[in-house]
Design a protein around this ligand. Structure first.
Ligand SMILES: [Zn+2]
Length: 102
C-alpha cells in the first residue's frame, strides 16, 4: 500500500480544535498551544482535553513525512494527516474574510 494525498473541503476552525502540529516526534496542540505532546502517546491534549483527529507536520521532505506516516501506522495511530501549507493558506483566507466582515 502507498500514501496518496486527498483534497477535501474542511472547516479550518473545526480542524484547529482537533489538530496536533508536530515537528518530528513532538508537537503542539493547535487549540491551546500546549508544547511537547508526543503523537504516539498523547491522543488527548493533557492541557485542554482535546481529542486529536488531525495531524500536520512542519517537515517538508516527502520522505520524512512518509516515515512519520509509517510510524503512525505501525503504532495504530488513527490521525488524519493534513497538508500544513494548505491549512495555513486556508487560515489566512479565513482571517481575511473576518477582516472584511467587521
Ligand atoms: Zn490543548
Amino acid at each position: 500500500m502507498n500514501f496518496v494525498r486527498i483534497w477535501k473541503e474542511l472547516n479550518t476552525e473545526e480542524v484547529e480544535k482537533q489538530l496536533l502540529l508536530v515537528e518530528d516526534l513532538y508537537g503542539t496542540c493547535a487549540s491551546c498551544k500546549k508544547l511537547g505532546l508526543n503523537y504516539l502517546k498523547d491522543k488527548i491534549c493533557s492541557s485542554c482535553g482535546t481529542t486529536f483527529k488531525y495531524i500536520a507536520t512542519t517537515l517538508n521532505n516527502p520522505a520524512d513525512i512518509q516515515k512519520l506516516l509509517n510510524r503512525m501506522k505501525s503504532n495504530n495511530i488513527d490521525l488524519i494527516m493534513i497538508e500544513r501549507d494548505d491549512y495555513k493558506k486556508a487560515q489566512a483566507k479565513d482571517a481575511l474574510k473576518d477582516l472584511f466582515k467587521s
